[in-house]
Ligand binder design. Structure first.
Ligand code: NAI
Ligand code: MG
Length: 491
């Protein structure tokens, strides 16, 4: 059944066109999507521009009144049907995503794709509980309502494409908005499958639109469109600045989830096995995780032992084809990302850093595989400690006092997350209170409940998503004040 607009990826048919107003739309131009597994081209994808952006926003605008007026229970029912569709196609989604972005098939199967379905179920259920008790002002009733805002533009990255997209798509749709989703050009495929799943689940035409293409082209046109009522973006700080500038012209409200340089603080009283586990976990997704605790800050009295245990564990990680269930660490996504990671490591080593694990490409595997790397002897003000790398590269620094640990932890321009390993409740309380971060984990990592606010301080972002906070962002909150007087119907 493959035609020139359909790819067969791991046996799964993927439409390469946009999905606008309930129709597949091609573009005159295309771009090539690659697989990081071996760098091979997967196929040609529609390359949208200003015209496609306009068409998608117009479709979202046209579909908005009816979707906004659809009863909550019906919106929730359709979102549950989308979740059922995701569950039904879980293996397809996992296979396609792994080929497209190189993350582990086993994670997609067991963690990521089930969470995609959960994103829809969670926000569908939350919608039905969304309420604020009326309150009284001198006999006047105050009633708070969450009115849908309008067309939302959602711009998403490549490190967890469908998962991060649906964190935004699910609450935006649940709230009664219509959506234009622009996935990253390095990982465009699962968004197209989501359009198929949503259509099959009965989501009306134009409620979810997917446009493909480059950020600087179709992305830039979308965020500048005056009919857009919300923009939610996950990605890099420089791109966030560009989007904020475009949004400023229309005063479009923004949610920005940006990078991080999060610390893992290991105190001398910590369970060292647990601390090492937490540290090794930071190589997940080849380090291409915004939340990754890439700065290991370790009490100097346990640093030697910690480093040795960490080294043993890191060297035992199996790097290879992400489709292999035994693989722990796959490739970086793109030659540009690999070069970026290598550049950081090379400059750090030139500046005096020591690679106690890894330190460069995996020459045996070739391709886009960078070895898990740990660098010591790094200065606090150096690039490797201050800048987000987004690859399997961690740094290790030591501290002598708790105050020094906190100072080091907070001394970057980011503030997305922090992880603390300690055996002392009192210390945990003291330290967490002082950390600048949107999320702090104590003796754990990556436990993420959709009820919780998620976002970053400082340059790690603007705004919070999750539970009520998502609905606050995707809605125009309205307070209706009704007087006890003036009634003629005596109702
Ligand atoms: P990016 O921020 O440029 O891309 C993210 C998304 O923004 C993509 O969909 C892209 O097409 C879109 N985009 C780019 N320019 C745009 C514009 N002017 N208007 C509207 N949309 C636009 O990130 P990139 O270049 O892929 O990665 C660079 C670095 O960003 C990484 O090395 C990493 O440090 C960081 N990053 C952080 C992520 C996070 O989860 N916070 C995710 C991905 C990357
Ligand atoms: Mg790709």
């Amino acid at each position: 059944m493959s035609d020139r607009h359909t790819l067969s990826v791991a046996g799964v048919e993927v439409d390469t066109r946009h999905w606008i107003g309930g129709e597949r739309i091609a573009s005159a131009e295309t771009f090539t999507d690659h697989s990081p597994i071996d760098g091979s081209p997967i196929g040609e994808i529609a390359r949208g521009g200003a015209a496609e952006a306009r068409a998608a926003v117009a479709a979202a605008k046209a579909a908005f009144p009816a979707w906004a007026a659809t009863p909550r229970t019906e919106r929730a029912r359709i979102l549950h049907a989308v979740a059922d569709g995701v569950d039904k196609r879980l293996e397809d989604l996992a296979q396609v995503e792994t080929r497209d972005n190189g993350a582990l098939l086993r994670s997609h199967r067991r963690g990521v794709m089930p969470r995609v379905a959960h994103n829809f179920r969670f926000f569908a259920d939350w919608l039905l509980t969304l309420d604020h008790e009326d309150f009284d002002t001198r006999g006047h009733t105050n009633h708070v309502s969450w009115d849908p805002a309008g067309p939302c533009v959602l711009i998403t990255p490549w490190n967890a494409p469908l998962m991060l997209a649906t964190w935004k798509v699910a609450p935006a749709l649940a709230a009664g908005n219509t959506v234009v989703l622009k996935p990253a050009e390095w990982s465009p495929l699962t968004a197209s499958l989501l359009a198929d799943i949503a259509a099959e689940a009965g989501l009306p035409a134009g409620v979810l639109n997917v446009v493909q293409g480059h950020g600087s082209e179709v992305g830039a046109a979308l965020v500048a469109d005056p009919d857009v009522r919300r923009i939610s973006f996950t990605g890099s700080v420089p791109t966030a600045r560009r989007i904020a500038e475009a949004a400023a012209a229309n005063l479009t409200p923004l949610s920005l989830e940006l990078g991080g340089k999060s610390p893992l603080l290991v105190f001398a009283d910590a369970d060292l096995d647990l601390a090492v586990d937490l540290a090794v976990e930071q190589y997940d997704n080849a380090g291409q995780v915004c939340l990754a605790a890439t700065r290991l800050l370790v009490d100097s009295t346990v640093a030697a032992e910690f480093t040795e245990r960490f080294r043993t564990r890191a060297l035992a990680l199996r790097q290879g084809d992400p489709r292999d269930e035994a693989t722990d660490l796959g490739p970086t996504i793109h030659p540009r990302q690999l070069e970026k990671v290598e550049g950081f490591v090379r400059r750090a080593v030139t500046a005096g850093a020591r690679a106690v694990v890894g330190g460069g490409r995996n020459e045996e595997l070739g391709g886009l595989y960078h070895r898990p790397t740990l660098l010591t002897d790094v200065a606090q003000d150096s690039e490797i400690v201050q800048e987000e790398i987004f690859g399997p590269v961690l740094t290790l620094q030591t501290f002598d006092t708790e105050a020094e640990a906190v100072a080091l932890a907070n001394d970057t321009r980011f503030g997305l997350a922090a992880t603390v390993a300690t055996g002392s409740h009192e210390r945990a309380e003291r330290v967490t209170a002082q950390l600048v971060a949107g999320t702090v984990w104590v003796n754990c990592f990556f436990v993420r409940d959709l009820q919780a606010p998620f976002g970053g301080a400082r340059h790690s972002g603007v705004g919070r998503e999750g539970g009520t906070w998502s609905f606050d962002f995707y809605c125009d909150l309205k307070n209706t004040v009704t007087a006890p007087k003036g009634w003629t119907d005596h109702g």
